[in-house]
Write a protein that binds this ligand. Structure first.
Ligand code: SF4
Length: 152
C-alpha cells in the first residue's frame, strides 16, 4: 500500500491515544486542505501489509485511525489492512459522503468493519474551530450503530 507515514500517539484523530495511518493520494483537492502534500497518488512510499501491522503492534495502542489523503483510492489495500486489524478500534476518514460509497460492494465490506467514520470533504467556509476530530460542520462523525443503520 502507498502511505505517507504512520503516526504514534495522536490525540486529535478520534477517541483516546491513536496510531494514525496516512494513505497517499487524494482526488478531492479541497480548498484549504490541511495536507496538500497528500494529494499525489505517487507520493509517499510503498509499505507491505505485514510491515504496517507489525508497526501498529509495536506502537501498542489498540486504537487505529486510517486517514490520508483518501483511503478509498486504495480500496483493496484498505480492506486488507482493516481485516488484519481484527480486535482493534478503527476510525476511518474519507472525503466521500457515506452515501456515495454504499453502491460499491467492497466499500460496504470496509464500512461494516469500522467503529467510526468521519465523512465528507473539508469545506473551508464551514470551518469551525470548536469542532473536534473533523474540520468543517458538513463532515459527520458516525459511530458503529449509526453506520449499521445505513446498511438496513
Ligand atoms: S479530503 Fe482531506 S486530504 Fe483530501 S483534499 Fe480534502 S482535506 Fe485534503
Amino acid at each position: 500500500m502507498r502511505l505517507l507515514h504512520i503516526l504514534a500517539d495522536s490525540v486529535v484523530d478520534g477517541p483516546g491515544l491513536r496510531t494514525v495511518i496516512f494513505f497517499a493520494g487524494c482526488p478531492h483537492h479541497c480548498a484549504g486542505c490541511h495536507n496538500p502534500d497528500s494529494w499525489a497518488v505517487e507520493g509517499g512510499e510503498d509499505y507491505s501489509l505485514q510491515h504496517v501491522v507489525e508497526q501498529i503492534r509495536q506502537i501498542g495502542s489498540h486504537r487505529v485511525t486510517i486517514s490520508g489523503g483518501e483511503p478509498f483510492l486504495q480500496q483493496e489495500a484498505l480492506y486488507e489492512l482493516i481485516n488484519a486489524l481484527t480486535g482493534y478500534d478503527i476510525y476511518l476518514f474519507t472525503g466521500y459522503r457515506l452515501e456515495q460509497l454504499l453502491d460499491d460492494a467492497l466499500a460496504r465490506r470496509i464500512l461494516s468493519r469500522v467503529d467510526g467514520l468521519i465523512d465528507g470533504r473539508y469545506i473551508k467556509t464551514l470551518h469551525d474551530y470548536s469542532l473536534s476530530i473533523r474540520g468543517s460542520t458538513n463532515q459527520r462523525i458516525l459511530n458503529k450503530k449509526q453506520l449499521q443503520s445505513f446498511f438496513g
